[in-house]
Design a protein. Sequence first.
Length: 337
Amino acid sequence: MKSRTRTVPRVAAVVAALLGLLVPLLAFGAPAQAAPTGFRVQNGRLLEASGNDFVMRGVNHAHTWYRNQTNSFAHIKAKRANTVRVVLASGDRWTRNDTADVASIVSRCKQNRLICVLEVHDTTGYGDQSGAITLSRAADYWISVKSALAGQEKYVIVNIGNEPYGNNNSARWTADTKAAIQKLRNAGFNHTLMVDAPNWGQDWAFTMRDNAASVFAADPDRNTVFSVHMYGVFNTAAKVNDYLNRFVAAKLPIVVGEFGHNHSDGNPDEDAILATTQRLGLGYLGWSWSGNSSDVGYLDMVTSFDPSRLTSWGQRIFNGANGIAATSKEAAVYSGR
């Protein structure tokens, strides 16, 4: 009996020593996941670094063509928006927004307590429109201005390229989008990425809808949000509901990155877009604050960048049912929620 009582502690000591060696090895082999530095996607929802659900309520601002309209950020915030999607250019079709300008835009968004969605417009209508660039080329632009974006993951979402395919060869969108996402991740981008649909953003052929799951899975960070633009294709409540509900059912994050109350290709159902996004808790970003060309001038929300001169479209999106004033909540990174 005595020998047994001596053997048990001896064995226990050996086991304990082995465990002491094994635990560090296990810890080394399976490191704890780092806390997110900014926005992230979880279970189909866009969350802030704090874990708060974030629903975009905002507008598009054509900064690259109106670089002197820097007061627009304060004016947009004053209308209760929580997000602004900012048009930038890579220099391929329009004058390049350099690193200093991108940093200035991020700073203005933060000063005005807005989440900043930055997009490259030079990809618009690739395959249909002369001069449009590829998503790979857009990714190169983001890499070239990375120093303005590093460390801003709580405030900035990178929308890789605006409406990156027209209607020709739009089936290539899937592979090209996956490659662009991976290019940015390999370059060290930790931001939430946003990808626009093909077919001029409207995805009438359902390329994005039907391939979104595989695109999301191709992102090693699983931190990609999908953006559909709703114009004449989405002219009934049934179409709006069906499209958005499919993403929600699949637990894939979706926002309406552009929409209007009218368009040259048809009459979008803006009431359904606003009501459905509110019901489903999805983000929307209307097009656009001001400065549209005369053929689509009806899409201006304010006249000549004057916040006191709301157009009928501006009145609808800011002050109407399910509009920005009634539904927008400031980002937790600013409000401390």
